[in-house]
Design a protein around this ligand. Structure first.
Ligand code: SF4
Ligand code: SF4
Length: 326
């Protein structure tokens, strides 16, 4: 489905409350999208499960455009994305190279970088029979990009592919290149937050980052009056301090409806993020406003632990289902 710039702006308007876009920013975005020299987006995949792209494809709403993938392929000039683009083979790579030569692009990276075997564990494309590894592509393209956005925890911090003694030597993009990256961590990344980052870059808005390269607007948000950035735990309705009427902690998943699951491994007290109500899931409340029917839930809301998937320490050596020790 093709999405016009106007539809993209409508999408951003509907998402404004979630991703913090004011009306002045929407005006800037309209101008940026209409500019003849608007930057392109190049999206490469490395060592990952492609969950961040799947998260994009699954982000659906009652409002048009229906998916975030529509937004990127229709309104923003996405020149390369292995699973979304129409061209293939040398034609696709030639276009990628052309845009690379201009330097007028935002580089989105999904997946950690395998560095063992001279990067040979992950080949991203070939041109005229010559293969390019993800490691090589990340090094070359990040050096020239206007900005680098890491979509997901694997590109941001290494994530699951860097854990458990993986022999391919996976590193984060920042550890490999030394370049500052905008880390939209999450396993998977929240699709609206990736769009948020792209919108900030297109409109030339500075993005304040925390020590781990994550936008403070998305991850280190303070609750009103609080001195420190809020944790998942601080907003959780199962927290007895937040909700004094909350039932006692659960000791089994067979009886955890509405109960705190800290004894079952919840990492909410260690996780800095504003996930509450930010995820794409069908609302259980039939009276939800039309533009929120598909995204007012989160992990804790469906009786799953917070696994701390946005954190550098994720997944870590511990079981997800034992009390977490930092
Ligand atoms: S379920 Fe998790 S986030 Fe919620 S109160 Fe318990 S430990 Fe905190
Ligand atoms: S609630 Fe926890 S596990 Fe779920 S997306 Fe947020 S940080 Fe990740």
């Amino acid at each position: 489905m093709q999405v016009s710039r106007r539809s993209f702006l409508e999408y951003c308007g509907l998402s404004a409350a979630f991703i913090g876009l004011g009306s002045s920013k929407l005006g800037l975005l309209a101008e940026a999208l209409a500019a003849p020299n608007a930057p392109s987006v190049i999206w490469l995949h490395g060592s990952s499960c492609t969950g961040d792209s799947i998260s994009f494809l699954n982000r659906i709403s009652d409002a048009f455009p229906a998916t975030v993938a529509d937004v990127l392929t229709g309104a923003v000039n996405l020149v390369f994305h292995a699973t979304l683009m129409t061209p293939a083979g040398d034609a696709a790579v030639s276009e990628l190279k052309r845009v690379y030569d201009t330097g007028n692009y935002v580089l989105v990276l999904e997946g950690g970088v395998p560095t063992a075997f001279r990067g040979g564990a992950c080949v991203v494309y070939s041109l005229n029979g010559q293969e390019t590894t993800y490691m090589q592509a990340v090094q070359e393209m990040s050096a020239r990009a206007l900005a680098v956005v890491c979509a997901g925890t694997c590109a941001s911090f290494g994530g699951i592919p860097a854990s458990g003694g993986n022999p391919t030597g996976v590193k984060s993009v920042r550890a490999l290149t030394g370049r500052a990256t905008i880390n939209i961590s999450g396993c998977p990344a929240n699709p609206d937050w990736v769009v948020w980052a792209i919108v900030q870059l297109l409109t030339g808005t500075p993005v304040e980052l925390d020590a781990d390269g994550r936008p403070t607007a998305l991850y280190a948000k303070r609750l009103s009056g609080a001195a420190a950035p809020s944790l998942i735990h601080d907003k959780c309705p199962r927290n007895n301090l937040v909700n004094p009427g909350a039932p006692p902690e659960a000791t089994s998943f067979t009886n955890c409806d509405g109960r705190c699951t800290i004894q079952l491994g919840c990492r909410g007290p260690f996780t800095k993020s504003r996930c509450d109500g930010q995820w794409n899931a069908k609302a259980t409340d039939p009276n939800s406003p039309p533009n929120q029917r598909w995204r007012n839930n989160w992990c804790v809301g469906v009786n799953a632990n917070c696994h701390g998937c946005v954190e550098k320490a994720f997944p870590g050596p511990q079981s997800f289902y034992e009390p977490y020790v930092l």
